[in-house]
Design a protein around this ligand. Structure first.
Ligand code: 4NP
Length: 157
């Protein structure tokens, strides 16, 4: 099984959005036995909390239920457990790399490396903005997850 971990700062806005979207895509493709998914934050402020209300609302409007997710912080075991550790922005990426063991065999990269548009590198942090940021976040993540699913779909699945 290939395991994917989405990482942002608080694990209440961007990475739970990616978590919920990708989990549903995996289920719809019948790939639950091939691809696993989780999310976490590099910060500890929101540990144990559900996603931000605005995140839950934006996702609900598009048919995703994120209400059961709970925030957790990136930990050492994640580098044993996950094959792809995908950051939402360059700050998250730097924090992941800082914590990674030298011999980590998987891939640490930006989620938007999977976006067709090479001009957009980061999923912008919507936390301090107005509600529109959440809609934009959703669209960017959904597009990148579609490409990611193509890359991770086994040829014989
Ligand atoms: P996220 O957004 O990293 O997409 O979950 C944030 C959530 C909370 C904070 C910052 C970003 N915060 O500073 O509490």
């Amino acid at each position: 099984m290939t395991k994917v971990l989405f990482v942002c700062l608080g694990n209440i806005c961007r990475s739970p959005t990616a978590h919920g979207i990708f989990e549903k895509m995996i289920a719809e493709a019948g790939l639950q036995n091939h691809i696993g998914v989780d999310s976490c934050g590099t910060g500890a402020w929101h540990i144990g909390n559900p996603p931000d209300d605005r995140t839950i609302a934006a996702a609900a409007g598009r048919g995703y239920d994120l209400s059961a997710l709970r925030a957790r912080k990136l930990c050492a075991a994640d580098f044993d457990d996950f094959d792809y550790i995908l950051a939402m922005d360059t700050r998250n990426l730097a924090d992941i790399i800082k914590n990674a063991p030298d011999n980590y065999p998987g891939r640490i990269q930006l989620l938007l490396d999977y976006l067709e548009d090479d001009n957009i590198l980061e999923v912008p942090d919507p936390y301090y903005g107005n509600g529109e940021g959440f809609e934009r976040v959703f669209g960017l993540i959904e597009s990148a997850c579609e490409s990611l699913l193509k890359e991770l779909t086994p040829v014989n699945a």
